[in-house]
Design a protein around this ligand. Structure first.
Ligand code: NAP
Length: 271
C-alpha cells in the first residue's frame, strides 16, 4: 500500500522536521510528494534546502493540494490554522494532528465540517527515528486512513493504535516519558562523576546501559522484574542498590508522576 501521493505539513519545527526527515530518508515518500508551509520562513527555507521538499505560499494553498495534511504547529496555534484551512477541504483530505492535548472534537469544531481526522501523539525520540506514536482515529476516519497514518508515523519509530480516551495516559507515559528517563540518566551520570569517573565515560556507560536494557527487554518475552533479578546476585552489589531505591519508594514515585501528568493532560484538554 502506498503511503499517500502527497502530504502537506503545516509547521516544520522540531516534530514536523523529524517526520519529514523520517519519510524522506526511509524512502516512504519522495521529497516531491511533500509540501510544507510555515510562518517562519527561515525554517521553511532550511527544511526545503535540506530535504528538497516543496513549499507552499500559505496554509490554504497547501491544504487545497494535499491528500494528507499534518498539523504540526503548537497547540495554541491549532485553532487559527483550522480556521484558515477550513474553506480549502472540499476534497476531504485526511487531517492528522500531532498537537498535544487538542481533542478530536475540538479539531472537528475548528474545521467546521466532518473530515477524516486522526490524532497522533508522537514523542521526541522521533527526532532520531526511534520514537513511538499513538494514533486515535476520529469518527470519519476509516481503516484506510488509519493505515496511511500508521505508514507515515512508522517512518519515525513504532506505532500503537488507541482509542482517544487513552490519549491522556499516552501523553503522560510516552509523550512525557523521555523527560523522566533523561532525569534518571542525568542522575546516574552524576553518580558516576561522584565516584570519580570522567563525565564523558559516565555518559557512555549510562547511555549504553539504557539502550542495551531497553533492547534486552524488547528482545525477550521476559517480565522486567525477571531481568532485574538476573542482575541481582545474593548479597551482591545490585541488591544493595535496589534496596536503597525501594526504601525511597521509587516505584510509587514513578507511578504517581505518570498519574499526575495524565491528570494535567486531561485538564489541558478540557480548556
Ligand atoms: N516536541 C515534542 O516533544 C512533541 C511531542 C508530541 C507532540 N508534539 C506536538 O507537536 C507539535 C509541534 O511541536 P514542535 O515542538 O515541532 O513545535 P515547533 O518547533 O514550535 O514547530 C512549529 C512550527 O510551526 C510554525 N507555525 C506557527 N504558527 C503557524 C501557522 N499559523 N502556520 C504555519 N506554521 C506555523 C512555527 O513557527 P514560529 O516558531 O514562528 O511560531 C514553527 O516553525 C505541537 O503541537 C506539540 O504539541 C510535540
Amino acid at each position: 500500500m502506498s503511503v499517500a501521493r502527497n502530504v502537506g505539513f503545516i509547521g516544520a519545527g522540531n516534530m514536523g522536521e523529524a517526520l519529514i526527515k523520517g519519510l524522506v530518508t526511509s524512502g516512504r515518500l519522495k521529497a516531491d510528494q511533500i509540501r510544507v508551509s510555515d510562518v517562519d520562513t527561515t525554517r521553511l527555507r532550511s527544511v526545503e534546502a535540506t530535504y528538497k521538499v516543496l513549499t507552499a505560499a500559505g496554509n490554504s494553498p497547501l491544504a487545497r493540494g494535499a491528500e494528507v495534511i499534518i498539523l504540526a504547529v503548537k497547540p495554541h496555534h491549532v485553532e487559527g490554522v483550522l480556521a484558515e484551512i477550513s474553506g480549502s477541504l472540499d476534497h476531504l483530505p485526511l487531517v492528522i494532528s500531532i498537537a498535544a492535548g487538542v481533542p478530536l472534537a475540538r479539531l472537528q469544531n475548528g474545521l467546521g465540517r466532518p473530515v477524516p481526522l486522526i490524532r497522533v501523539m508522537p514523542n521526541t525520540p522521533a527526532l532520531v527515528l526511534a520514537g513511538v506514536s499513538a494514533i486515535a482515529a476520529g469518527p470519519q476516519a476509516g481503516t484506510e486512513h488509519v493505515a496511511v497514518a500508521r505508514l507515515l508515523f512508522e517512518a519515525v519509530g513504532r506505532v500503537v493504535e488507541v482509542p482517544e480516551s487513552a490519549m491522556d495516559a499516552v501523553t503522560a507515559l510516552s509523550g512525557s516519558g523521555p523527560a523522566y528517563l533523561f532525569l534518571v540518566m542525568e542522575s546516574l551520570i552524576d553518580a558516576g562523576v561522584l565516584l570519580g569517573l570522567p563525565r564523558a565515560v559516565a555518559r557512555t556507560l549510562v547511555i549504553q546501559t539504557a539502550l542495551g536494557s531497553a533492547k534486552l527487554l524488547d528482545a525477550t518475552e521476559a517480565h522486567p522484574g525477571a531481568l532485574k533479578d538476573q542482575v541481582a546476585s545474593p548479597g551482591g552489589t545490585t541488591i544493595h542498590g535496589l534496596a536503597v531505591l525501594e526504601r525511597g519508594g521509587v516505584r510509587g514515585l514513578l507511578i504517581d508522576a505518570v498519574a499526575a501528568a495524565a491528570r494535567r493532560s486531561e485538564e489541558m484538554g478540557m480548556r
